[in-house]
Design a protein around this ligand. Sequence first.
Ligand SMILES: [Zn+2]
Length: 407
Amino acid sequence: MRCRHCAVPLAHTFLDLGFAPPSNAYLTMEDLKRPEKYYPLRVLVCDRCWLVQTEDYAQAGELFSPLYAYFSSTSIGWLKHAEKYVTDMTAQLGLSGDSFVIEVASNDGYLLKNFVGAGIPCLGIEPTASTAAAAEALGVPVLREFFGETLARRLAAEGKRADLIAGNNVYAHVPDINDFTRGLKAVLKPQGTITLEFPHVMRLIEKCQFDTVYHEHFSYLSLAVVDRLFRAADLRIWNVEELPTHGGSLRVFGCHSDDARADSPAVAALIDVEKSFGLLDMAVYSSFQQRADRVKNDFVAFLIEQKRQGKCVVAYGAAAKGNTLLNYGGIKPDLISAVFDAAPAKQGKYLPGSHIPIVAPAGLTVRRPDVVVILPWNIAEEVMAQNSHARDWGGKFLTAVPEIKLV
Ligand SMILES: [Zn+2]
């Protein structure tokens, strides 16, 4: 396989999680009678441009079933994050009724509805029909297509270049990241601004968040690499902010390379931090597998010990993160008897690979578990607040990454 950015052959493995089914392939009871498809889940790193990337595999297209699409609006914390972003950007960039905002991967309209409310024209780009329909119901115009250079050029030709292009948690999920970046360039107005948010690979490594690796997550990004990707598309990163979302994300601010605005010192400063951390050195990548294995082994040992003691352990959150951890650990319903999740579309189904049944949160009071493992640790506070009654019978909450923590 060649690097998706610079095309040199890839020779270094960052993380090998063996084989796993697609993280969103939730199963029905009928599906449990059939064989299940597993795909290799391996992440490589380029020793020339340092792009950390998921290995290509056969039949990639089969993986992306939109049936169980994630609806951004189900997380209250994320809604607040989006609302604040819109207020901040509107003030900073002086957006008005004459401006035009594009959001790539606009999901269910969780963000753009704030621009609609403020009377600022906008357009969402979202290929997943179910979430696009939810956005349209909120009055958000949506183009149901995949974003890339071809679409961007078409929009530009129609006079639809943007003052602001937003992309939250999409950049790491696009297979052809060069084409996507050229698309940003093509549809950006001369003085326009791009903001992209993505999990920071430096935090992934630091906090051993190996469970954020799954097939649909193609790239694991640093500022240094995104800076390189932008330069290659004749764009420039002029500012960066560190965010607490998803265990530690970056929000980069981009513009055309010939834009007059000055670079914030934050950009060079963070690239220096990344260099000191070792992101431009193979050692930090080649030692990661061992660290991930330790977290997984500790978690499995904990579950076995609970089983021996006759304790009831359940999980909360049927999310991609959870599936990676459970499948890498080979964990089945004998160790975690159920996973609770608030999404009605998932209830009554089974997690891919582990086949743990998905149950509505109301069932917690029936089962009265001793331990609730919160799989999406990034929303642990929210989950604990919504299910605090589990403490009434002495139930404890637990997160497993980067180490077992009872809370
Ligand atoms: Zn490369």
